[in-house]
Design a protein around this ligand. Structure first.
Ligand SMILES: [Cu+2]
Length: 388
């Protein structure tokens, strides 16, 4: 309501100023003032110098933004093998854009000034110039072709997964508004899945009767071993999501009804990343802001904020609904030994389903035990093959 009142007051003020200028103009009628609608030399000079003023404004804004916000884009210290390629591509593109815009803006504003209108001066009729046109066409063609070819080369390299390569297959399951990870287990093949199988603890809709699903493990935290290639298979339960792992320079859409994939090799563990100077500086800055906010909260009698520690995150990068902003999952990168130890502690999905369906007194048996509630297996629901 306050904002509406402020807007109304501003509009009324603008109308009042406009009316006042009209009255002022009327009082000047008959004076020595030039009332012609055609620009004279003075007008053209003013506009010419304003062009220069605008150029200076653009440059100052640019320098200010680079100095103040330049540290925000993730363009150094990637945590994946291919991350360096993405960063290089980004650096080359940004530097080229920077140089080109500095030169073209200067030329544009300089010529606008130089050829500003002058009394009695006529514009020169200039039909065309093949040499000039050739130069300003061929330079962008060469630069853009180089950028596109380099980009395509980098993209093909990043997306290529050798079928015989030793990779760990992990499924990322997206839904409004959380993530789940499904590990393919010892056989490294994911069991079939379909949204119609979702029931109780089987939140990812895995066909628990599928032999490949017997050793699948579903977790709410994504653990990855350092130095091992991970092949992610993405699925979505409801709408379009996007699996975004910024520190690994990885992103892929999660589309309902199909499986998409992305593979990368983590090169830094979470604890190594926490010790990196860039991250140490960022964390210190965030905690400074949090400490200030905590003081305000304490003054209001509320609880203070916890200090922040760095963690890799899997985020959703498609606006998928009201809580999209909070759709994230923690990623822990660790040494292979720690990863294997963690993996051993995770129960298989089949054993969890069995425990859920078993009578209270029955104990959970091995992961390959037959499934009691396999009624859905006979429903003939088509499954999405998620195996490699
Ligand atoms: Cu989402």
């Amino acid at each position: 309501m306050t904002s509406l009142l402020v807007i109304v007051v501003l509009v009324l003020l603008a109308v009042a100023v406009w009316q006042l200028t009209k009255i002022f103009d009327l009082t000047q009628v008959g004076g020595l003032r030039d009332n012609s609608q055609i620009a004279n030399d003075k007008d053209n000079n003013v506009n010419g110098y304003l062009m220069f003023g605008f150029l200076v404004f653009i440059y100052i804004t640019m320098i200010y933004c680079v100095a103040k916000f330049g540290h925000l884009p993730l363009m150094s210290n990637p945590a994946s093998e291919h991350g360096t390629d993405v960063d290089n591509l980004m650096w080359i593109s940004m530097i080229l854009i920077f140089i080109v815009q500095i030169i073209t803006q200067a030329l544009l504003h300089y010529f606008s000034f130089k050829y500003r209108g002058k009394q009695g001066q006529k514009a020169l009729y200039f039909a065309d110039n093949d040499k000039l046109e050739f130069i300003w066409t061929i330079i962008p063609v060469i630069v853009l072709a180089g950028l596109i070819l380099y980009g395509l080369y980098a993209w093909t390299n990043i997306m290529f997964v050798d079928e015989d390569e030793d990779v760990i297959v992990v499924e990322l399951y997206a839904k409004q508004f959380s993530w789940e990870a499904r590990y393919s287990g010892e056989d490294n093949v994911l069991g079939k899945a379909n949204v119609r199988y979702i029931k109780g603890v089987n939140t990812t809709g895995v066909d628990v009767t599928d032999p490949n699903a017997q050793d699948d493990r579903v977790t709410n935290e994504l653990h990855l071993p350092k130095g091992k290639k991970i092949l992610f298979k993405m699925r979505s339960q409801d709408v379009l999501h996007s699996a975004y792992m910024p520190h690994f320079r990885a992103q892929m859409n999660c589309v309902p009804g199909m499986v998409t994939q992305f593979a990368f090799t983590p090169t830094k563990t979470t604890s190594e990343m926490r010790q990196h100077p860039d991250i140490v500086e960022k964390v210190a800055h965030i905690n400074e802001l949090r400490a200030k906010k905590s003081q305000e909260l304490i003054a209001k009698g509320e609880t203070a904020l916890d200090p922040y520690t760095f963690d890799f995150l899997l985020l959703c990068n498609k606006i998928c609904g009201a809580s999209h902003y909070n759709m994230q999952m923690k990623i822990v990168v660790e040494d292979e030994k720690d990863f294997n130890a963690w993996m051993k502690e995770q129960p298989t999905l089949v054993s969890a389903v069995k425990a859920e369906n078993a009578p209270e007194e029955t104990e959970v048996v091995g992961p390959t035990a037959p499934i009691k509630d396999s009624a859905h297996a006979a429903t003939g629901v088509p499954t999405i093959p998620t195996a490699r």
